[in-house]
Ligand binder design. Structure first.
Ligand SMILES: Nc1ncnc2c1ncn2[C@@H]1O[C@H](COP(=O)(O)OP(=O)(O)OP(=O)(O)O)[C@@H](O)[C@H]1O
Length: 588
């Protein structure tokens, strides 16, 4: 073990121990049971010695009976302590593991949106499942096993020294040799484990990407499924290969340790026979039994150092997430029983600029905009001009790099006032009902049905035998893109957010459905402030406000009535839309 590893293990040890602080009393009790049951463990052979050396040769029945009863009582007491110890160890250790898991989840959940944009869900899953799984045993059993094993080594070593120091010296010398040899194997095992863990993460990432619906579709339509399969195969085969090498390494170490321990009984018997020092038969048997008992804690201690070192890579990956920062302030949870009264509030942006952390240039620059309470604003502009980024900023999902975003008419923050409906709404693998209730947990059956009917989803829902309780499948993939978008809009209709940002929410709808949805959106507006990011430009009214973004700047800003008759970007957009529609024989 090198210096940096030692420092790393110490620092990790301190962090992990702090997590046991909440379970101090239980932890101390569990360690006490370990010491007591270990102490009891070595008294068995001492009873045996009296039986062999005194009770049997002297035919002393009473002594024999007491010694046998003593052995039995020790066995029963040991089992009781073992049960208690195992209950305590598991509940404390798994409590600490649970705490780590929740910390990772909470930290990732509160990271800024930009963190999630640059990461696959599979990566977070790997940390929660594979890495936490990898440290679970180390956290649960290390302290107890280490203490138990050390107590056994000390007590057995002392007993052997008292019984016969030459045999004890041989056993201790052998132990030191084994420790040195084991270090060598453990280091090689650790390197193989780190490599295997990297391949496991890669394999889980590939599985998440390739075996999700988009991945399967890509594999089939681009006909690259064989390449996908090859990459998976290579990753899986590397894991198998590394694991075989790692296990062979462990088995070699165990075999050498086993052979070394097997050599001791003949030595003891040779000594007992007068080869070096003469021992009674009982002492010789007890020494052999104790030596066999010594093998187990020594192997446990050697195994512990290996598993602690192997778990370092897992610990690193877990604490890397727990130490992530800075986090975004999460909005206060919604009151489940509101939903009827929507207050009128507006949003004001002053000199707002934003640059993504990984980007070399600002996506938005010096944006001055007013979204008055109850108004409807359409945001248009070429692709990549910053429309969605503006939507994220208004919804408080991104913090502006410069400038301010304020809610007028209320003390709340944008993140507590604004609901963003993205183009691909987050539909969960749950029923229609559960997906809708996320927006208003207290909504009645009648309210849910009314919303579905307004968005022309009622026929779809009724076509399933289980109606509202039908599961919509992983990410809503049992629904069409347009149905998913309408389900997202249904949530917006149910929510009590006074400001709603709709980001391309009708892009997957045909014109006829888009009109139905448009009518529902008219009702959604009410006295809500609505910001609509749209390429489609359907159903825009003269009084609606229009903001044209170009290269991160506000290029035009006025009402639809004003801008449509003024030569400029917006009137050009309307002209292009009308030409497209007349070619397709449709009217906006
Ligand atoms: N997470 C991110 N990290 C770095 N750059 C990003 C990120 N998200 C978006 N961008 C960049 O910011 C710019 C604006 O993106 P945005 O999605 O806001 O544009 P948009 O106008 O909504 O485009 P579209 O009409 O295609 O949806 C683009 O150049 C995009 O590449």
């Amino acid at each position: 073990m090198n210096d940096s590893e030692r420092i790393q293990i110490r620092a990790l040890g301190r962090r992990v121990l702090r997590r046991f602080a909440a379970h101090k009393a239980g932890f101390a009790l569990s360690l006490l049971t370990v010491v007591v049951s270990t102490g009891l463990g070595i008294s068995g052979p001492l009873f045996l010695r009296v039986i062999v050396d005194e009770a049997v040769p002297q035919r002393d029945r009473e002594l024999l009976m007491w010694m046998c009863l003593g052995m039995l009582a020790v066995g029963i007491a040991q089992s009781g302590f073992f049960y208690l110890q195992s209950r305590l160890t598991n509940s404390i250790g798994l409590g600490v593991v649970h705490g780590l898991r929740v910390d990772v989840y909470e930290r990732v959940q509160s990271m800024p949106i930009t963190f999630h944009a640059g990461r696959s869900g599979a990566e977070v899953q790997t940390r929660l499942a594979s890495d936490i799984g990898g440290i679970s045993d180390v956290i649960t059993f290390t302290a107890q096993h280490a203490l138990g094993a050390m107590t056994m080594v000390i007590t057995i070593g002392t007993a052997m020294l008292i019984l016969s120091w030459p045999v004890a010296v041989v056993a201790i010398g052998l132990t030191l040799g084994l420790v040195i040899m084991n270090q060598h194997y453990a280091e090689r095992q650790r390197l193989l484990a780190v490599e295997a863990q990297e391949h496991t993460s890669e394999m889980m990432r590939l599985t998440g990407e390739h075996l999700s619906l988009p991945g399967v579709l890509m594999g089939r339509t681009l006909r690259c499924w064989d390449g996908q399969r090859d990459r998976f195969r290579a990753s899986s085969s590397a894991i198998a290969d590394l694991t075989i090498r790692e296990r062979s390494m462990a088995t070699s170490a165990e075999s050498i340790i086993g052979v070394s321990f097997a050599a001791i009984p003949p030595v003891v018997y040779w000594m007992a026979g007068g080869g070096f020092t003469s021992l009674s038969i009982g002492t010789a048997i007890v020494l052999v039994v104790l030596q066999l008992q010594l093998a187990q804690p020594i192997q446990a201690l050697l195994g512990l150092s290996t598993s602690v070192r192997r778990s370092l890579a897992h610990f690193d990956r877990i604490f890397e997430y727990i130490d992530l920062g800075p986090t975004a302030a999460l909005p206060a949870p919604r009151n489940p029983h509101t939903g009827a009264q929507v207050p009128a509030v507006g949003i004001t942006l002053r000199e707002v600029s934003y640059r993504y952390p990984e980007s070399g240039r600002s996506t938005l620059r010096g944006i001055d905009l007013e979204f008055p309470a109850g108004s409807t604003t359409i945001i248009v502009g070429p692709t990549g001009s910053g429309k969605s980024t503006l939507g994220y900023l208004v919804a408080g999902l991104l913090e502006p790099g410069a400038g301010t975003i304020r809610v007028s008419g209320g003390d709340e923050k944008p993140s507590e006032t604004v609901l963003l409906v993205p183009q691909e709404p987050g539909i969960f693998n749950a029923s229609f009902r559960d997906n809708l209730l996320l927006a208003r947990p207290g909504a009645t059956e009648a309210e849910l049905r009314e919303v579905l009917s307004r968005l022309a989803l009622d026929d779809l829902v009724s076509s399933f035998p289980e109606g509202l309780d039908t599961s919509v499948g992983e990410r809503g993939y049992q629904l069409s893109g347009g149905e998913r978008q309408r389900l997202g809009l249904a949530r917006a209709l149910l929510s009590d957010a006074p400001v709603v940002v709709l980001d391309e929410v009708t892009s997957a709808l045909d014109w006829a459905t888009a009109r139905t949805v448009q009518a529902a959106l008219e009702e959604l507006r009410g006295n809500r402030t609505t910001v609509v990011i749209s390429h489609r430009l359907s159903g825009v009214k003269d009084t609606d406000r229009v903001v044209v973004l170009a290269e991160g700047l506000v290029a035009e800003n006025g009402t639809h009535g004003e801008l449509r008759t003024t030569p400029g970007r917006y009137s050009d957009l309307l002209r292009m839309r009308d030409e497209d529609l007349s070619e397709a024989g449709t009217t906006p």
